[in-house]
Every structure is written in structure tokens, then in C-alpha cells.
Design a protein around this ligand. Structure first.
Ligand code: AMP
Length: 480
């Protein structure tokens, strides 16, 4: 099996990787690091969770360190553009961690926080600047930054950048960059507008494609509960009584929906926090930090806030509402089963959402297993009992359950028997989906991921979880 040392990486970087606990390169790292080290442009089709940040950060750090330069005021040598603040913070944290043994500076700038400290940081000049497009342009427009010294441009999550309407900002920014530069573009998908960007901005790029839905189909146990919209909150609160749901990310479609779910959960005695675009940046960072260090068990998020969110040990993803864009389902589900761990995803699907479910199954080519709802014994209405044979066996892979041809047979979502939809008092007792929820997941409560810098090593599943407040847990807070 190829090792990091086979990729031409220098001793300080190999040391940082060892400190991170990374043993072997991921496929995108294997294929991207050598050409990027060689100065080539690269177009990578990969989503978060594949190790793509290290795939670009490691060779960039090495190339910068090979040609030491004094920082130039109000300038940077590497510009990384990210669609969201959280992702920008995470990328900057990765650069700092991987470059710990090198005299290189990293800064991150994004909106939602005062611009003054960012200006001050840039005044001295930095080696690596990670930015969201809007704030970057504000800084340029107020003459706090010039891009004429950029040697490497990274466009991360380019498809999301376009979804969020950053295309004009992006075009303006690229016009300000030198023509002579190395450009790396990463995107989870390659729709036509991204292909056009790649065509315009990249020079004879190396193309690396990492199977887009591998995370979803390979390692995440996925199921769907058919439940009417007005019963979802009760179902969620009931489900969360089971402690096996150790670190849970709940997705709603809207910001208000996320707040409503949090209020309901808190009312039901389940501590939960929301993260979405209406929250201030400090609130978002606090919510994320609490979730990362295990203080908050349940984080309720909208897609934009959760995009690129990298928290290890997410045991369950609950799609409280199904996304109307099927790719978002893949991204949501990819928040669990990170870096080789297992995970479980449960979708709550109302009648109105069935078309979304069909789109998702078509995209992932992975039919979701219907999870029947159990009902208490003292029940006086029609019952849909958990048919054991219908439940996935623990540890069995969702992909293996899917027929090779991919499409769902009609029997997978049989029409609900009349009255079988969950009613408040019919809600399953905690643990009513035991086989599904209690799959042998390698994630553990309290385990935390890297993202924090040197010493905050990835905790392999079979190691003891870190105690809150330990070196790694305190280090995972967003650093700038
Ligand atoms: P990314 O796709 O860059 O968001 O990375 C996903 C997660 O995988 C992050 O938590 C990284 O720290 C972790 N990771 C990246 N490369 C490796 C590796 N070679 N071995 C183990 N974990 C890794």
C-alpha cells in the first residue's frame, strides 16, 4: 500500500501527518499530491470527507516552504476560496496543522465578523489566505489587500460556490490574479458551468475523480421512516431518547424549521442547538464547538451551514426534512461515516416528500430501506410492527442491500396500511429501531476529530474517546 513517504513529501510534513495520526494517503491524496507538487494545475471531483483538503494543502505547503519569501504587506502567496465560513475556518485549521513545523503564516477572512482585525492581519501580509468571496472583495475594495502576488489559487467546493451565487464575485477575483499561477479546482459535481470555469481558469489540468457517492453507498447505513410532517418532531424527540444516538446532526430545510425543532427538543428535555445563516458568526462557532467537544449532542442545521462541516464521530444524520436537491442528501449523509468510520442516516419522509425521495434514490442508486414504526403494546389502532426481516442487519452495508441494478422494487415502499402513520401516542419507544440504530458503528460518544492542529490526533474507533477538555477536544474549536 502506498505511503505518504512515497509521494515526495518533506520531513516536516511527514512529521505533521504522523502527529495527525494519518497512516496512509486517501485515493485523492495519492493521485493529487504528486502532480500538485510538480506545479501542475488540477481539477478534482471530490467531496468533503475524501481528504481533499490535505490533497491540496500538503503540496502547497511544501512548495511554499521550498522558496521562502518575506511576507509582502497586504498580500498573500496562496489564495483559497471557500463558499462558507465554516469550511474556510476548517481549511485554515488544516493548513496550520499540516504546516505546524514550517515558518508559514495562514489567515482566514469571512463575513459576519468585524473586518478590522482581518485588515490588521493582512497589513503584515500572509503566506496562505483562506477566504469567502464576499469578504475578500470587501477587503480588496477597501485597499486592505491586493492579489497581484498570488502564486496558487484554490477554488474549493466550486459547485457550491456557484449555487450560492458567487459566480460574479469569483470572476472579479480571478481577473485580479496574475496569469502565471497554479490553479486547483475542487468540486463535488461537474455540472456544465463548473466545467466551463475549469476550462477558463485551468491550464492543462490533471483530472482526478473520486467516486462522488462512495461515502453514501459504502459506509452509511441508511433508512427512511414514512411519517407525516406534523408528527416528525415527536418522532425525533422519541428517537433521541436512545443514547446510541451519540452525536446527531439533524437537517431541516429552513432556518425557522431548525429553530422550531430545537425548541421542541429542548421542551422535550433533549439539549440541542441550531446552526444556520440567521445566527451570528460567534453563535455559529459556539454551536459548532459545543457539538465538536461533545457538550451538545444534537446539532440542528440547514444545508448551507452544514456544508463542509467536518466533525468526526457524528454517529447519526437525521434528515428531518428531505432536501429538494438530491445532491444535498449526499452531502448531508456524508457528515457521518467520515474518514473510514461507520454511520447511520435516517430520513423522515412525508407524503409530499416522496418525489424527493425518488430523486435521491435515483442519484445514489441506493434504495433507502423503509423502517417500520413499532407501536407500544397498549395500542388500540392499526399497527405496523417491525418486520425483523425488513430491517438491515447490523453492520451490513447499505450498498450490498441494493440490487445491482440500483432501482427500487415497488415492494420496498409498500403503501402504508391505513392508520399506520405514526400518531403521537403511537410513537415508538426509544430503541424501537434497534437493529437499525444499534449497528456496529465505529463512532463513539466523546470522540473527536482532528481539525484542531498538531496533537489533536484523529481518534481511531478502537481507541478510548478523549475526555472533554483534553488537548484534542479543546483544540478543535475554530482557530483563526
Ligand atoms: P476533507 O475531505 O479534507 O474534509 O477531510 C475529511 C476528514 O478526513 C478530515 O477530518 C481529515 O482530517 C481526515 N483525513 C484526511 N486525510 C486523511 C488520511 N490520510 N488519513 C486519515 N484521515 C484523514
Amino acid at each position: 500500500m502506498p505511503q505518504f513517504s512515497d509521494l515526495g513529501l518533506s520531513a516536516p510534513i511527514l512529521g505533521a501527518l504522523a502527529a495527525e495520526g494519518y497512516e496512509t494517503p486517501t485515493p485523492i491524496q495519492l493521485r493529487a499530491i504528486p502532480p500538485v507538487l510538480g506545479g501542475r494545475d488540477l481539477c478534482g471531483i471530490a467531496q468533503t470527507g475524501t481528504g481533499k483538503t490535505a490533497a491540496f494543502a500538503l503540496p502547497i505547503l511544501q512548495r511554499l516552504a521550498a522558496v521562502p519569501q518575506r511576507a509582502v504587506r497586504q498580500a498573500c502567496r496562496v489564495l483559497v476560496l471557500s463558499p462558507t465560513r465554516e469550511l474556510a475556518s476548517q481549511i485554515a485549521g488544516s493548513f496550520r496543522a499540516y504546516g505546524a513545523g514550517m515558518p508559514l503564516s495562514t489567515a482566514v477572512v469571512f463575513g459576519g465578523v468585524p473586518i478590522g482585525p482581518q485588515r490588521q492581519k493582512l497589513a503584515r501580509g500572509v503566506d496562505i489566505l483562506v477566504a469567502t468571496p464576499g469578504r475578500l472583495l470587501d477587503l480588496i475594495d477597501t485597499r486592505s489587500l491586493t492579489l497581484s502576488g498570488v502564486q496558487v489559487l484554490v477554488l474549493d467546493e466550486a459547485d457550491r460556490m456557484l449555487d450560492l451565487g458567487f459566480i460574479h464575485a469569483l470572476k472579479r477575483i480571478v481577473k485580479l490574479l496574475p496569469h502565471q499561477r497554479q490553479t486547483l479546482l475542487f468540486s463535488a459535481t461537474m455540472p456544465r458551468p463548473i466545467a466551463a470555469l475549469a476550462e477558463d481558469y485551468l491550464n492543462d489540468p490533471v483530472k482526478v475523480v473520486v467516486a462522488p457517492s462512495a461515502t453514501t453507498v459504502e459506509r452509511v447505513e441508511q433508512g427512511v421512516v414514512f411519517v407525516s410532517s406534523d408528527r416528525k418532531r415527536d418522532l425525533l424527540a422519541t428517537l433521541l431518547r436512545d443514547p446510541v444516538l451519540a452525536r446527531v446532526l439533524v437537517f431541516t430545510r429552513t432556518k425557522h424549521g431548525a429553530d422550531r425543532v430545537v425548541r421542541h427538543l429542548v421542551g422535550a428535555g433533549v439539549e440541542a442547538t441550531a446552526i444556520h445563516g440567521n445566527k451570528s458568526q460567534p453563535q455559529r462557532e459556539r454551536a459548532l464547538a459545543g457539538f465538536r467537544d461533545g457538550q451538545t449532542r444534537v446539532l440542528v442545521a440547514t444545508d448551507i451551514a452544514a456544508r463542509g462541516l467536518d466533525v468526526d464521530g457524528v454517529s447519526h444524520v437525521i434528515n428531518f426534512e428531505l432536501p429538494n436537491v438530491p445532491e444535498d442528501y449526499v452531502h448531508r449523509v456524508g457528515r457521518t461515516a467520515r474518514a473510514g468510520a461507520a454511520g447511520t442516516a435516517i430520513a423522515f419522509c412525508s407524503d409530499e416528500e416522496r418525489p424527493y425521495l425518488r430523486d435521491i434514490e435515483k442519484l445514489t442508486r441506493c434504495p433507502l430501506r423503509a423502517i417500520p414504526l413499532a407501536t407500544p403494546a397498549s395500542h388500540d389502532g392499526p399497527v405496523e410492527r417491525p418486520a425483523k426481516a425488513n430491517l438491515p442487519r447490523e453492520g451490513r452495508r447499505a450498498s450490498r442491500q441494493a440490487p445491482a441494478t440500483g432501482r427500487a422494487a415497488p415492494a420496498r415502499h409498500p403503501p402504508r396500511p391505513a392508520g399506520a402513520e405514526v400518531r403521537r401516542r403511537d410513537l415508538p419507544a426509544a430503541g424501537a429501531f434497534p437493529a437499525f440504530l444499534h449497528r456496529s458503528s465505529s463512532t463513539k460518544p466523546g470522540s473527536v476529530g482532528r481539525r484542531g492542529g498538531p496533537g489533536a490526533a484523529r481518534r481511531p474507533a478502537d481507541r478510548e474517546p478523549l475526555a472533554p477538555g483534553s488537548e484534542a477536544t479543546s483544540a478543535v474549536s475554530l482557530r483563526r
